[in-house]
Design a protein around this ligand. Sequence first.
Ligand code: GAL
Length: 659
Amino acid sequence: MTAASRLHFGGDYNPEQWPEETWAEDMLLMKEAGVTMVTAGIFSWAKVEPRPGEYDFGWFDRVMDHLGDAGIRVCLATMTASPPPWLSRLHPEVLPESADGSRRWPGGRQHYCPSSPVYRTYAARLVERLATRYAEHPALDTWHVGNEYGCHTRQCYCDVSAADFRRWLGERYGTVEELNDAWSTAFWSQRYDTFDEVLPPRLAPTFANPAQQLDYWRFSDDALRQCYLAEHAVLRRVTPDVPVTTNLMPQHKPVDAFAWAPHQDVMSLDYYQDPYDPMAHRVAAFSFDLMRSARDGQPWMLLEQAPSAVNWRPRNGPKKPGTMRLWSWQAVAQGADAVLYFQWRQSRGGAEKFHSAMLPHAGTDTRVFREVADLGRELASVPEIAGTRSRADAALLTDWNSWWALELDSHPSTSLDQSLINRAHHQTLFEAGVACDILPPDRDLSAYRLVVVPNLYLLTEDDARRLEAYVEGGGHLLVSFFSGIVDECDRIRPGGYPAHLRRLLGLRTEEFWPLDEGARVSVHGALNGTADLWSEVIHLEGAEAVARFTDGDLAGGPAVTRHAFGSGTAWYLGTRLDATAMRALMDQVRAAADVRPVLPGLPAHVQATVREGAGTRFLFLLNHGPGSAVVELPAPLRDRLRPDAEPAATVTLAPRGVA
Ligand code: GAL
């Protein structure tokens, strides 16, 4: 993406769905809407390569020229997200299979096995053509590889994948003895004599081997990434100076955003809040923080959002007036330098004809088009925001390996949901107005005053030592239950849970005591409230109890603990607190760590963030509440979105208002 010159604005452009006469009008209306960038060609494979090896780029040349003439930058898709029907007719083995052996047929999209050498070869051949053809095109800005990897085909269990899995395991373990050890195959007579006997975890009569399942998540993520990297390699060779991205999905279990981040020049995210969810902005806040953190605070792109309703929920609510603007600014406030939509012109046919678009079926005399064009103008008026960054005193740690392992079957409770656990912790920081980065556990934590570990069920010994060193050096750490339980192979470390964290937390958990569905217990001490989902039998070994269970099976036992360790403090939460008690706990932890909100005394529902660059500091205020809100600033500031207004120390935000 052309760096830091402006906040880009635009959307997916699918001109092949319309007669060519429409394209000139598209350009005029795009200019009217303030569009500066489109992402084009995402689903164009079948039209540019109608028969194997026969290319028809003429029409796409004209699309590129139109865009170039209009001064619109192109985030050019590699067109490989939906293979044309001829590919699977010619090579049926490219079609993916699910765990029960059933095949996924063409007719939708993403109907390819990620391990398929046939798919990768045909895709790379197309990308070579495309990259060579448009390398010098003045409109080319950024490459957009594939589209939402793993959205529909997350994992494939076909024979091609099975062979690729065996190759992958061979590289990971070297010998079958190592594999047997890593997978604990002494259990249930699962010992393998050769790699040739190994299969993906296809549908079995009962629980499949957990370590095999965990490795299959790793392998499948890697297979998707290899598809991306195969195209990336072509693009790097042909157009070494053009940045490359792929649009990730939020909190998307099949794709480890932290593992993909180093291979992208800019992170990009598709985000579709549910307008009927009153918590939508808090849920989004987590993903936006993660996007910003994944490449060390580098600005990212919101590559897709809906101008109003989507078409794929059971009930597709429109965004109320002002909501689209508010949520777009939220992305910018949390580090985005581009705001794009799916899609420019609303489709006439196909599965997405009821999905909103920047240019609705009803045309330009519409609320949606007016709101789009207003936002385009507004973003264009503050180009200096582009390239600015933010910093946080708090970090939240999460890890895809641990997520995959946590949600395997045959656990003390199958109600543990990584996204919900993460969000519950993130939300308490969000509500307190605290800026937070989201990182994997192997990052340097020394810059943070507070580190929160919602749940790292799988924790390597190195990462556990890193947490120890962090606290020893003066850091404040909050760890929640069922963390540090297993190693990389989902094997328990004996001797009392959580083995590698016992010294740091100053305790030992003897037994897990998950709570029955709907059951609640009381917790009292330095914070008071109720808890559900989880409890455990904790023995203090140096830590002190901050709060104890006061009823239920574990009455009298510690529920929340604190341990002075080195120059810092490690807190432990052995249950799931209700939201109020959780806030009270986080307030105490924050006070001890001296982690302050971006702006003190913020009214409820108002989000405040800061981005700063060379000599400039932007404060973003976003009112997510249903009523207006008054924000007192420490000093008068000029509202860059109301250039005629005088600087003021009191800002009144209308419902869904932004300053
Ligand atoms: C995304 C996808 C787009 C479009 C959109 C609709 O998942 O990348 O192509 O389908 O959803 O919301």
